[in-house]
Design a protein around this ligand. Structure first.
Ligand code: R5P
Length: 291
């Protein structure tokens, strides 16, 4: 039986995991000293318990030091083992040395976590140029997949869908969602010109006229990819699309309002808490925990 330790903002997920697995949960209380160092304290004893720290890692830099200290607190207070549930795992889009003088950040960040956690469970890590999670986190890892849950949502909510990915990297989610929902699928081509600029090329969509477009991607960060994809579909005379994504980062305040204006609905999983969350991932994580 596990004891889930909720980092700030992760209480709902920790509580859901405790309920689904018959475990307990407690809070990691985090405050800042005047000199901006973090002070972490576990709200209850953990001696002899299998501790699982729950921390989704959007906006990762300010969360990482308290997370490491929470793992240390569990170990220093007698936990039998210390695992991590990170529904969103950060730094995976920096999965290559893109330019001279840069680090392979995904690997360095994964190794940092592996230095303090015995195991890792995450949801749909953004793996493209690195094939195996083991290259990032050298320890036991379970990857939970959101596509079956997104497909169930499409089956329950969309009539005559066509599932469309905004780029080649979305293929794995698009193909699986479409297959499970019994819908056709296709991909756009994307060229990223800058952090907030993309160029999209659309395939021939004439055979899908009359269907409801469902855009599927793994991450919404600036929101530019899905907003532009939705606007292109509307320009071609399609109905405003439904937009589905796994991880709702919404890095800029404007991202949410722009995407909402371009789409008929925006629905994400709750790997990152956000008003767009409409698909709960906690049961799938609980199943992974039960092995
Ligand atoms: C890219 O490879 C990802 O799958 C997403 O398409 C991307 O992260 C979306 O970013 P943004 O919302 O900033 O366009």
């Amino acid at each position: 039986m596990s004891c889930f330790v909720a980092m700030p903002g992760n209480e709902a997920m920790a509580r859901a995991l405790a309920q689904a697995t018959g475990g307990s949960w407690l809070r990691a209380e985090v405050r800042r000293f005047p000199d901006r160092e973090s002070h972490v304290r576990l709200s209850e004893p953990v001696e002899g318990l299998k501790v699982v720290v729950v921390c989704t890692l959007d906006d990762p830099d300010p969360k990482t030091v308290p997370l490491i200290l929470a793992a240390g607190a569990a170990r220093d207070n007698g936990a039998a083992c210390v695992g991590l549930v990170a529904p969103y795992l950060a730094y995976l889009r920096q999965d290559a040395v893109f330019g001279t003088g840069e680090p392979l950040s995904a690997r360095h960040y994964g190794r940092l976590l592996a230095g303090v956690f015995d195991s890792l469970i995450t949801v749909d890590p953004h793996l493209h140029r690195i094939d195996r999670m083991g290259d990032i986190f050298p320890g036991p890892v379970v990857v939970v997949q959101a596509a079956p849950l997104l497909a169930d949502w499409v089956l329950a909510n969309v009539q005559r869908p066509v599932v469309i990915g905004p780029d080649a990297e979305s293929r794995q989610w698009v193909a699986e969602v479409a297959e499970r929902a019994g819908a056709p699928w296709t991909l756009m081509e994307k060229q990223r010109l800058g952090d907030e600029t993309v160029r999209l090329r659309l395939p021939d969509l004439s055979e899908y006229r009359g269907r409801t477009p469902v855009l599927v991607d793994d991450i919404i960060s600036t929101g530019v990819t899905l907003t532009q994809a939705a606007m292109e579909l509307r320009r071609l005379g399609f109905a405003p699309p439904v937009c589905l994504a796994v991880h709702a980062l919404f890095a800029a305040e404007a991202a949410w309002s722009s995407l909402r204006a371009a789409a008929s609905r925006v629905v994400t999983t709750d790997t990152v808490p956000h008003p767009s969350n409409g698909v709960s991932i906690s049961r799938a994580i609980a199943e992974a925990l039960r092995g």
